[in-house]
Design a protein around this ligand. Structure first.
Ligand SMILES: [Zn+2]
Length: 278
């Protein structure tokens, strides 16, 4: 990590420790569902994004309060997310039926493999994976259809935990947002998005391989809870061949000129990926 990046992370870490202590003391909510007490710890980013061999002494995971049920769903979906990364980034070696030669990709590949070998979890995880089997059109063999793998829970929880940390304890889910999750952003819509953000933006990086870039509308300018976040995962060798996700959360209850921000997003961005709860 560069020095300023390191300082930035140290500041974030102090803020994080204080927030977590307060949360435990007041028995605060699960910041993922905002429905039960958040009495378990989950990791930011999910540990599957950075297998052990990719971590160095500068990589520190932050934790955030989640309820048992969100934590449980999360571990299944985090596993599928690791399969997605492994397959998505390893297309070349999969096509050649070989182990990846790039060290980052090999680490991801082994991490996904190793989760299928863990005795306690293997059967459940294999059953999970079978739901996403399809025929590879080129070879006719069974293959995981990565377009079908669910990643909404894992990607939104990353954004929710960043939001919680950044705002010093505001719970995004409590604003009942609709979510737009896309592999890219249509640049003709950028003006609309930026108009509602304005305020703060920052990066969090882990080991130069996983970056979360986020921009958050400030509660005092009338666009509280509006957040845009891009997540980028790439290998040490290549930032260009990474995988990206863009997420936008717009709360139903935030009104701009009398119209809900969620409704405005619907008109501009098209159907939401995840509808608000009510
Ligand atoms: Zn929960």
């Amino acid at each position: 990590m560069a020095t300023s990046e390191k300082e930035q992370f140290q500041t974030l870490k102090r803020k994080h420790h204080q927030l977590l202590r307060e949360w435990r003391r007041k028995r605060g909510l699960c910041i993922i569902c905002a429905a039960s007490e958040g009495n378990e710890d989950d990791h930011l980013p999910p540990k599957v994004l950075l297998p052990k061999s990719l971590r160095n002494q500068n990589i520190e995971f932050l934790t955030y309060p989640a309820c048992a049920s969100c934590n449980r769903i999360s571990s299944d979906e985090d596993f599928l997310f690791s399969v997605l990364l492994s397959i998505g980034l390893n297309q070349e070696s999969i096509r050649l039926d070989q182990e990846p030669s790039d060290s980052d990709l090999l680490a991801l590949y082994r991490q996904a493999q190793c989760q299928l070998e863990d005795e306690a979890e293997a059967e459940r995880r294999k059953t999970l994976l079978r739901r996403y089997l399809g025929k590879d059109p080129r070879t006719g063999r069974d293959a995981i259809d990565i377009l079908k793998l669910p990643l909404n829970h894992t990607t939104t929880k990353i954004v929710k935990s960043i939001y919680w940390l950044h705002t010093g304890g505001d719970v995004l889910e409590a604003h009942n947002p609709g979510w737009w999750i896309r592999p890219f952003i249509d640049t003709s819509k950028i003006n609309f998005i930026e108009k509602h953000l304005k305020v703060s933006n920052a990066d969090i990086q882990w080991g130069g391989r996983f970056i979360a870039h986020y921009t958050i509308g400030h509660p005092t300018n009338g666009v509280g809870g509006f957040i845009s976040c891009s997540l980028h995962f790439y290998t040490n060798r290549s930032t260009a061949k990474g995988m990206n996700w863009y997420l936008i959360a717009a709360p139903v209850n935030t009104l701009i000129n009398g119209v809900s921000l969620y409704e405005q997003c619907l008109q501009i961005l098209g159907p939401a990926t995840i509808e608000p709860r009510k």
